[in-house]
Design a binder for this molecule. Structure first.
Ligand code: G6P
Length: 608
């Protein structure tokens, strides 16, 4: 979702901004643009499509000289991807240029007001009202004009702004959309995310809600929305630029799949001491855990699928009732929340707009919110009562893999913690589960070592029109994620179905040769799923089965079998997802698609 980079300093701004934007490409976008102050006026250049088109148009930034500027990759919300809708947008005189991530919810009312005052608009975007509104309030002091405009704007935003009259400064502001700032010997920077700045500094300032920033070559100042100056300390980023580069792999997605053993280990091991589970971040002792009446897990996309697995594990192991909601549904369904309930929000980016809104809604209603988040210092991490980090490192590919695996581990650890506090498992069981968890990284390695056969299988299915994923219980949760992985990067229609529900509709879609991926890892449900396999087989389906290594009898009914090493039934998702991620990846590669940047999708969905 939209990426912002701004720079002011000693060096030519355009190449730095273009390079920074390239580090944010993973966020997903459909057009790009930059605005550079050349000493006399602000020049704007825009292009539809990949960033390389803008790089070509501007000769890598050479045609846009100047020491200060802002740049943007746009993911269209209001108005199609086009040059006129791409950012930066300017006021009519072209003296104020602005880039925006987020949605201005009251833009129609603001636009009508401005039109009645003689302002003219060129684009279909919500964003264009902002430079015009700032222009309306501008009397020579950018800070004052920005502050007045912010008081009129409803919605979510992060802005980068330059003023022709203030060539030595760039401005920024944010509410509910990510924005960071940094300063180094080269100059001062703003960006949507850390990878854009890592080349220049590791000391990052996280801009807070409704704060405004003023940057000059060697200075950075923060203000609240009423222009009162604030003091802020930077946060040191510990991970390396390498972690955000492909490191010899063809795509970020496959690199990140190969990082899963390490990710699982990093999320797990720091929370195990002497074979006991310590989740200090939870901030709850056993008595407080026992007092939790209900758990609500709220998330979007793959994080939601991790939550669906979490429900089975929490309920099954700790006997605590769990609701799992898609955040965009939860926030508007007036959920019944009790103060004894615990809300767990899950988010890789920590910036997903609906998840953030669900968190705020829950806190307003008096619930404690625990966030399972990957990005340190993100909005969700900052606003939650408690944060449990998944130590997956930066995830660049739009289709999540390693962060999802880390989320599962966080949920298993929490469920085990609840189960032992509530006495629903004894210490022998706890230790045996911990041993199973500790084996997962090596078992994932083992599955990764078999990737060639999955690649061969995937190559056979690049032409598939429809694929169905079926499973029961936790296997259904795995199917949901397997299906999402396939459809989002290969554009093959795919659905996940609870295997027992097949007969109530989907089975009518099965015909000769339809691929059905059946996940059957749950001991007590195995024979039921095998019956469902027989049902689809007899309608002509080609069945790929994913099951435990001892279930060799499945070969009598399935056409192709992927065996998983043995683990506790609760944790099979961590293994079964590996071949399914690889399958999605290799189908996409086989079709020649841009695996890391699937069409229409964004890594971090910071608008509703
Ligand atoms: C987008 C991404 C998904 C991700 C979802 C939730 O749709 O493409 O991969 O699962 O957002 O994102 P979050 O950052 O909150 O986990």
């Amino acid at each position: 979702m939209c990426g912002i980079v701004g720079y002011i300093g000693k060096r030519q701004a355009a190449p730095i901004i273009l390079d920074g934007l390239s580090k944010l490409e993973y966020r997903g976008y459909d057009s790009a643009g930059i605005a550079i102050f050349d000493g006399e006026k602000i020049n704007v250049s825009k292009a539809v499509g990949r960033l390389r088109v803008l790089q070509e148009v501007t000769h890598g930034g050479e045609t846009m000289p100047g020491l200060a500027g802002i740049g943007h990759t746009r993911w269209a919300t209001h108005g199609e991807p086009s040059n006129v809708n791409a950012h930066p947008h300017t006021n009519t005189a072209g003296t104020i240029a602005l880039v925006h991530n987020g949605i201005i919810e009251n833009y129609i009312a603001l636009k009508n007001r401005l039109i009645s005052k003689g302002y003219e608009f060129k684009s279909d975007t919500d964003t264009e009202v902002v430079p015009q509104l700032i222009d309306y309030y501008y009397k020579g002091d950018p800070l004052e004009a920005i502050s007045k405009a912010l008081h009129r704007i409803e919605g979510a935003y992060s802005f980068g702004i330059i003023f022709k009259d203030h060539p030595g400064e760039i401005y920024a502001a944010r509410k509910s959309s990510p924005l960071i700032a940094g300063i180094s010997e080269e100059g001062a920077f703003i960006a949507s995310d850390v990878p854009a700045l890592l080349k220049y500094t590791r000391n990052i300032y996280y801009i807070g809600e409704e704060e405004i920033v003023r940057l000059a070559e060697n200075e950075i100042h923060f203000y609240d929305s009423d222009c009162e100056e604030l003091t802020k300390e930077p946060v040191e980023i510990k991970w390396d630029q390498d972690a955000a580069e492909k490191g010899g792999f063809d795509h970020f997605m496959i690199k990140e799949i190969y990082e899963e053993p390490r990710t699982v280990r990093d999320t797990l091991m720091p929370r195990l001491k002497n074979d006991e589970i310590f989740i200090e971040e939870l901030g709850m002792d056993d008595e407080e855990i026992r007092a939790v009446g209900k758990i609500h897990i709220v998330a979007c996309g793959s994080a939601y699928h991790a939550g669906v697995t979490g429900r089975y594990v929490f309920e099954g192991m700790a006997r605590v009732p769990v609701d799992v909601d898609i955040a965009s549904e939860f926030r508007y369904r007036n959920p019944i929340l009790d103060e004894t309930d615990l809300v767990i929000v899950i988010s890789q980016s920590g910036e997903t707009a609906d998840t953030l809104a669900a968190l705020r809604e829950s806190r307003q209603r008096g619930c404690k919110v625990l966030a399972i988040v990957n990005v340190v210092g993100s909005s969700i991490a900052r606003e939650a009562d408690r944060v449990m980090y998944t130590w997956a490192g930066p995830e660049i590919s739009v289709a999540t893999t390693k962060a999802y695996s880390a989320q599962l581990i966080a949920l298993y650890l929490l469920a085990l913690k609840f189960a032992s506090a509530k006495g629903t498992i004894d210490s022998t069981e706890l230790h045996s589960y911990i041993e199973d968890l500790k084996r997962l990284p090596d078992q994932i390695e083992l599955l990764l070592a078999r990737q060639k056969s999955i690649q061969r299988f995937a190559n056979r299915y690049v032409g598939a029109k429809d694929v169905f994923f079926i499973g029961r219980g936790i296997d259904y949760a795995i199917s949901m994620e397997g299906s999402l992985k396939l459809k989002e990067i290969s554009y093959i229609h795919s659905e996940a179905y609870a295997a027992g529900e097949l007969k109530h509709g989907t089975i009518s879609l099965i015909e000769e040769g339809t691929l059905v991926a059946a996940v059957a890892t749950q001991k007590d449900l195995y024979s039921k799923t095998v019956s469902n396999i027989v049902e689809v087989k007899s309608r002509g389906a080609f069945v790929l089965a994913v099951t435990n290594e001892y279930n060799t009898d499945i070969e009598k009914v399935a056409d192709y079998v992927i065996y998983l090493p043995e683990t506790a039934s609760w944790f099979t998702n961590s293994l079964a997802i590996i071949p399914l991620q690889l399958f999605g990846y290799y189908v996409s590669v086989g079709k020649g698609y841009d695996v890391d940047h699937p069409r229409n999708l964004a890594k971090s969905v910071t608008v509703e």
